[in-house]
Design a protein around this ligand. Sequence first.
Ligand code: TXE
Length: 496
Amino acid sequence: MAANPQEIRPETLFIDGRWRKAVSGLMRDIVDPFDQSLLAKVAEGDRLDAREALSAARRAFDESDWPHLPGTARGRSVAALGHAIAKDRENLARIESRDTGKTLEESRWDIDDVAEVFAFYAGLAGESHDESVPQPSPGRSSRLVREPAGVCGLICPWNYPLLQAAWKVAPALAAGCTLVIKPSELTPMSTIRLAELAEEVGVPRGVFNLVLGPGATVGAELAENAAVDMVSFTGGLVTGRQVMRSAATTVKRVALELGGKNPHLVFADADLKAALETVMNGVFFHAGQICSAGTRLLVEDTIYDQFTAALRDRMARIRLGGAFDPNTRMGPLISAEHRAKVEAAVTAGSREGARLVLGGTRPDDPALGRGFFFLPTLFLDCRSEMRIVQEEVFGPVITVERFSDEAEAVRLANDTIYGLAAGFWTRDEARIDRISRLLRFGTVWINSFNVYFAAAPWGGFRQSGVGRELGRAGLEEYTEVKHIFRDLEPHPVEWF
Ligand code: TXE
């Protein structure tokens, strides 16, 4: 199938304020995960393009006044970009739904969150972040100032293309950094639009650069190149480890968000109706392709049968379909390769003894036959040591374990190499206090799940990552702390 002629876009790299083709002239097909139709052809950059973009970002950092502007001035640029995004909401949401297959309603929420993130960092940019340091003796003064970290390489995933870009771009610009962003090769379209908007609102030349292309070349260059001061990566654990290794060569600052295997605990005294709805939302939004999806459900013994029967019933009624059909509740997975990975995980789960009671296959509806769909899948009677419980599947798959008391619930919840997020349901105040302290995760939700917002930091313990996005902490990631010491009454120390 041919792409619409206006979607054949060879000049989709944005480097030093200019739209250009890839040096190689190559292009990549962008495919709709709903039916594999061709959405667009875009430039396919490689290491040469990434190097040019990095040189531009380096020049803009070292030679332009961008890093030295007052925070309020940069805040105005960040705010203007946020307003431009809000104004373009419907267009951006449609772009995102076409690229990812997620429902239009979910994409609209994403774009609202993106605009909120820009508004939040626009405000923070204008605040002073300087501190004074108490002195051990008089006649001296010390100030701490936060300065921009430098040139940032931003590597983004395909599940929330624009949202993940926003979590990096907004604080990087607010802090005074310059950047080269690389979206996932599967979902570049909303980030191309973001670069257009950055150009429209007058972000200075060389400050915001966009390079499209594969992780193995463009992504690797951003992690390796000595011109980069900081690399921020969101993606899978294995790639994240590789980025960290590459960054070590030049001792770059590294921020990593690597997903999770997030426990969701339901105690017998909970509001079970609300818990059930939230368990569903926690896993099946965007077909489970969410780093904080609550894929490990832990249910107290006494309500296990009743709760899992209700869950199965609700899951069986999830409506699969196209992103633009208002009745759709769950779209396809992102690609054939990713679906094959989910299928392999499900097969392995059955083989290791998890009891598959729903789903586990592709839907048989011929209307969905060309899409990368996979049915909501429920595994009961799981044990913590199973791979299906331990490894991130990143699909519409939930495993259920049972627990008999609080100590066992906490032990099972913490039994993971990840530590991004966890949630639990109970009405017992004392238990709320105990469990929120004992769970070793970057975010803990009580009688809730998957709530995030611009002002609250987001990130993982353990192998879920390094550093924080969002909140004040998300801005500080893009800064260096400088200690400025002054002796107010210098006396020579005559030692030599
Ligand atoms: O992600 P990759 P993939 C998890 C999820 C999924 C798994 C693999 O479990 O099944 O990761 O997904 C770029 N140097 N998450 O393979 O490879 C790549 O081009 C530098 C969790 O699609 O991590 C893309 O831009 N960059 C996650 C980005 O890294 C490289 C969201 C992410 O791709 C690179 C997505 C390299 N060597 C998947 N190789 C989350 N945390 O939310 C690839 N990339």
